[in-house]
Design a protein around this ligand. Structure first.
Ligand code: FAD
Length: 278
């Protein structure tokens, strides 16, 4: 399968029911038509299981598209991580999004990995260059970081441990991305930093996610969304305008690709691809 001239990728989360899995087959087919470089599947987020991630990763590979498995290490032992990575390698997976992840509230910080940088170093030590490793980047700072400078240093550490590229948390402020890329380049990091793009389709869901992830919704966007109330058509039209302009600005700033948080739906991401000529 040929890939899109401007690199794009799509993110999914594991489906929870057989009906959901069946519906998602069509979502993937619709999105494959845009020739993504790869499709990634989240791990552990929202209580999803490792089996769910591996099953969707396998399905994507069998459909002839490179799959990236998100992989979080918090709370895990080296032995367990080694076994799971061997399983992914044996499935033919060559791409990972390597993460620390978050423990459910109430759990202490157990396990043998403390940060994503520990996981990246472990993968390189055990599997050499087999995996292409992406790591997470936070242009608006990770919510638990001690300071912006400490967060930048943590990012540099995980890149030096062996990451090939980074995907950002979503954001609606292109200046934060531009500044982040400048800052890490100043610190000697030259890997591609691909913006994560969250389509806007549902106002309450977006507010909920943003509170949890620390991604800022600018006041003017928040107020417009609130004013639309239940008018889904207006929210979608406004969201498409706002996010398409953001993507255009990011491309003008030299973003090396775009990674779409599809939320397991195709319509909003396809509308954005149409608008952007992707
Ligand atoms: P790290 O890079 O380890 O950073 C975590 C925190 O520790 C930061 O505040 C950092 O500043 C700090 N830190 C790092 N190293 C050090 C150090 N040496 N000393 C002191 N402080 C340090 N979550 C899921 O559960 N499943 C997923 O599939 C998933 N996919 C994601 C994909 C992307 C592209 C992004 C951006 C996020 C994703 N997340 C996912 C969320 C992620 O797991 C959380 O944001 C998590 O809290 C941090 O993971 P990390 O890999 O960024 O951690």
């Amino acid at each position: 399968m040929s890939t899109s001239a401007f690199p794009i990728s799509f993110e999914f989360f594991p489906t929870k029911t057989p009906e959901g899995a069946a519906r998602h087959v069509q979502v993937r087919q619709d999105l494959y038509a845009r020739a993504p470089q790869f499709c990634s599947v989240t791990y552990g987020a929202g209580g999803s299981t490792q089996e769910g991630t591996f099953a969707m990763v396998q399905a994507i590979q069998q459909e002839g598209v490179p799959a990236a498995a998100h992989f979080s290490c918090i709370g895990a032992t080296r032995e367990k991580v080694r076994m799971q990575l061997q399983q992914l390698r044996d499935m033919g997976v060559c791409r990972l999004v390597a993460l620390r992840g978050d423990l459910p509230s109430g759990y202490g910080l157990g396990g043998e990995f403390h940060y994503a940088s520990d996981l990246v170093a472990f993968i390189r030590q055990e599997f050499g260059d087999h995996f292409h490793i992406e790591v997470a980047a936070y242009p608006e700072m990770h919510p638990q970081a001690r300071s912006p400078e400490a967060d930048l240093q943590a990012f540099v550490t995980k890149v030096r441990a062996g990451a090939n590229a980074a995907i950002t948390q979503y954001f609606y402020n292109a200046d934060a991305y531009a500044r982040f890329v400048d800052d890490v380049q100043r610190l000697g990091v030259g890997i591609p930093v691909v913006p994560g793009i969250m389509p806007i389709t549902n106002s309450s869901q977006l507010m909920r996610f943003s509170d949890a992830t620390g991604a800022e919704i600018p006041r003017w966007i928040r107020l417009r969304l609130q004013a639309y109330g239940d008018d889904t058509a207006s929210i979608r039209a406004f969201g498409l305008d706002v996010v398409a302009s953001l993507c255009e600005r990011l491309r003008a700033l030299g973003a090396p690709g775009l990674h779409f948080y599809t939320m397991n739906q195709s319509a909003a991401t396809l509308a954005l691809c149409d608008r952007l000529g992707l």
